[in-house]
Each structure stands twice: as structure tokens, then as C-alpha cells.
Design a protein around this ligand. Structure first.
Ligand code: TXA
Ligand code: MG
Length: 335
């Protein structure tokens, strides 16, 4: 299959993508977090194609993307009281709600669960694609299973070229890490940290539990299957250091003769011959926006291994931290 790359600025690109979605095909599209791999959520055959293109196991459920409150309500059998406040504060935006599912949502979307994850993305291209298709769009991140999520159309093509009908190129994703997944059927409980921070949710809702992102329970029975420990991973081994310049330099030092790649905060120095200028340490939104591009770029250079400093649990730093810990596979890899 030839994958079309459609520039979203180009008149007619969204119409073409809408035709593909309505015909049961797959289109990767930009959101404010990462690129999604979209198909008609109500079409079982289209959803099956998503799992095949990504090589994603069927036990891992998909997020359904909507372009209005009505579309969101059409997917849920019940609206927990907190939805009103969450909707006015954060939607459209990088927040996914896990709600009790309605019978119209096919089982393949939710991996047989009785809940559905729903998100209203804040990106003009995504909003138009969903609204003009007139159907909710199931969309996981547009990468091969367990690989680094894509924040540019080139990243999508690197993983999925020839496997999907088209990618809508809307430029780089402004947030750069995935949405926060909030379970409203129990809790509220954060199942995945992301674009809306735990602090923001607690200011609005009071007590909010947070999932333990780096525990290693058996995959069966996890509250959110995406919590499996290895995820978002480059192919090269990733090693983490504490979040200070000297700690990072110390990890790199013994390896300075080798091609070690570093995700390097601006103005920091190490002996590594290869580094990606990540952005100012503490400026978590810039670091989040550049995280996946940095990991992908370093991976392409095929270094001996990659080293990254670990941000603290603070604002968007928490989302970056969670992803780096998962990409490094286990907390014990940490030096
Ligand atoms: O920002 C995002 O959320 C991006 C963009 C494309 O919207 N999407 C995304 O999808 O990250 P994906 O499939 O890569 O991650 C979805 C996460 C997975 O961890 C999955 O297990 C969880 O949401 N999930 C989906 N449905 C669920 C459900 N019913 N209950 C619990 N977790 C669910
Ligand atoms: Mg993903």
C-alpha cells in the first residue's frame, strides 16, 4: 500500500482524509499531544486494521477521539458527576476520561472491557477530521507497538509507511507527550500521567489517586493495560541519571571513548561525543515537546547507549519522568 502524505495546509487534504476514514481506511493525524493512528471507532474492520498496522496486541484498548460533548456522551452509558467540571476546565485538551461504555462501542475498541477511554483533542486538524467524518475516531499513538510515540509526520512514516492509507502532516505536536488518562469509574484515578498535570486535576477535584507507573505487576489485570513497564522505548538501551548536571556527567564519563548519546539539557556539559540539545532544564513544557524527537534522533545515530537525566515529579516533569522510566524498562536500570 502506498501511504499518502497530505499537508494539512493544503486545501482538500482534510476532505481526502475524511473520505478514507469514511471508507474504513486509516489516517494518521496530528493532535496537540502526539500523532494518532485513526480509524472509524464504530467500524470493527477499520479498528482491526489499527491493531494490525501497529502490531499492537488486542488486549490493549484504544482511545476514542471526539469533537463535541454530544459525541462524548454518545459513547458512555453514564456520565459521572465530575465530567462537567473536567469538561469545562480541560476539554478540548490533553485529558482522556475512562467512562462506563455504551453498547454502540465495539468490544474490539475496548479490548472487551466495560469501560471506554474518550478524548476531545485540541488541535484544529484533529477537530476538523473528526467533525467532518461525523464519527468518533479510535486512535492510538501512530507508532509501532512499544516504540517511541511520533510528534512529527516523518516519525509516523518511519514506523508505518506502507501500512496505512495516509498521514495528515500538521507539523510538530505542541505538547509532545500523550494525554493524561483519568479513570472516573473508580477513584478518580490517574492511569497515565500526561498533558494535564496531577496538580491541575487535584486543584479541580481534590483527592486524585495516581497509578504506580513503574511497578511490575503481571500484565493481566492491570487497571490500564498501557501501564506495562516497557513502553515508549527507543531500540538503543536507555540509561537514566539523577537530574543534575554532575550526576549526568558522572554516568557518561567512563564511556567517553564510546559513542554514547545524551539527551542533554541546554548549557550542560558531558564527555559524550553525541548529544541532542534538549532544552532548558526545568522548562518542562519545552522538554516534553522535544522528548520523543530527541529519543528518535539519538536512536537513529545508533549510539552505544543513550543517557538521559530524570526530571522530578513536578508539573509536566512527571509525565516526562514516567515515560523515561518506562523507556528504560525497569527502575533498576537507573544508575
Ligand atoms: O495523547 C494521547 O492520548 C494519544 C493521542 C493520539 O490522542 N493517544 C494515545 O493512545 O496515547 P495509546 O493507545 O498509545 O494509549 C492509550 C492508553 C493506553 O495506555 C491504554 O491501555 C489506555 O489508554 N486505555 C485505553 N482504553 C482504556 C480503558 N478502557 N481503560 C483503561 N485504560 C485504557
Ligand atoms: Mg501509545
Amino acid at each position: 500500500m502506498q501511504t499518502l502524505c497530505l499537508s494539512a495546509n493544503y486545501a482538500g487534504a482534510i476532505e481526502q482524509a475524511v473520505k478514507i476514514i469514511r471508507a474504513g481506511g486509516l489516517v494518521a493525524f496530528p493532535t496537540e499531544t502526539v500523532y494518532g493512528l485513526g480509524g472509524n471507532a464504530l467500524d470493527t474492520v477499520a479498528v482491526k486494521k489499527i491493531f494490525i498496522a501497529k502490531e499492537r496486541p488486542r488486549w490493549d484498548p484504544l482511545i476514542v477521539h471526539v469533537s463535541s460533548r454530544e459525541m462524548l456522551e454518545s459513547l458512555a452509558s453514564k456520565m459521572p458527576a465530575k465530567v462537567d467540571d473536567l469538561f469545562s476546565a480541560f476539554m478540548p485538551g490533553p485529558l482522556t476520561l475512562v467512562l462506563p461504555k455504551n453498547a454502540m462501542v465495539p468490544d474490539i475498541v475496548t479490548a472487551g472491557r466495560d469501560t471506554v477511554a474518550v478524548r476531545f483533542p485540541a488541535h484544529p486538524v484533529a477537530e476538523r477530521l473528526i467533525a467532518e467524518s461525523g464519527v468518533p475516531i479510535a486512535a492510538p499513538s501512530a507508532n509501532r507497538f512499544q516504540h517511541v510515540s511520533p510528534t512529527r509526520a516523518e516519525h509516523v512514516l518511519a514506523d508505518l509507511d506502507g501500512r496505512i492509507e495516509a498521514v495528515l502532516d500538521g507539523g510538530p505536536c505542541p505538547i509532545g507527550v500523550e494525554s493524561t488518562v483519568l479513570d472516573l469509574t473508580a477513584g478518580p484515578r490517574i492511569l497515565r500521567q500526561g498533558g494535564v498535570t496531577a496538580e491541575q486535576l487535584r486543584r479541580l477535584l481534590g483527592k486524585v489517586d495516581a497509578g504506580d507507573a513503574v511497578s511490575h505487576p503481571p500484565e493481566k489485570g492491570l487497571p490500564s493495560p498501557g501501564m506495562v513497564s516497557r513502553h515508549y522505548a527507543p531500540r538503543t538501551k536507555l540509561v537514566l541519571s539523577d537530574g543534575q548536571e554532575d550526576a549526568l556527567a558522572e554516568v557518561v564519563q567512563p564511556w567517553s571513548e564510546q559513542e554514547v548519546g545524551v539527551l542533554l539539557p541546554s548549557g550542560w556539559h558531558t564527555a559524550a561525543p553525541l548529544s541532542f540539545d534538549w532544552g532548558r532544564w526545568g522548562d518542562w513544557s519545552t522538554l516534553a515537546a522535544r522528548l520523543y524527537a530527541g529519543l528518535r534522533w539519538l536512536d537513529e545515530q545508533e549510539p552505544y547507549f543513550i543517557v538521559a537525566p530524570l526530571p522530578p515529579e513536578e508539573g509536566l516533569g512527571s509525565a516526562i519522568r514516567q515515560r523515561l522510566l518506562k523507556a528504560a524498562s525497569t527502575a533498576t536500570d537507573r544508575v
